[in-house]
Design a binder for this molecule. Structure first.
Ligand code: 9UX
Length: 72
């Protein structure tokens, strides 16, 4: 199963921040593909809901010092 979720990203100060977030999400078990757009302050993640949840992504990225909020 593949689900997609979109987040708004708060706290990014430079494009390397987007790369840090993207790499961290891509390393999480159950994440197929994460893309973070610095200019748009958006993150899009394709994931397996049986392995990982958007809430776990939010918690993981909070540890890096950025805030993800679900976009509906
Ligand atoms: Mo840029 Mo971000 O110098 O975590 S990498 S502010």
């Amino acid at each position: 199963v593949k689900e997609k979720v979109e987040f708004e990203v708060e706290g990014m100060s430079c494009a390397a921040c987007a790369n840090r977030i993207e790499k961290t999400l891509n390393k999480m078990a159950g994440v197929f593909q994460a893309n973070v757009n610095f200019a748009l302050k958006r993150a899009a993640v394709a994931y397996n809901p049986a392995e990982v949840t958007p809430e776990e992504m939010i918690k993981r990225i909070d540890q890096l010092g950025f805030k993800l909020s679900l976009k509906e």
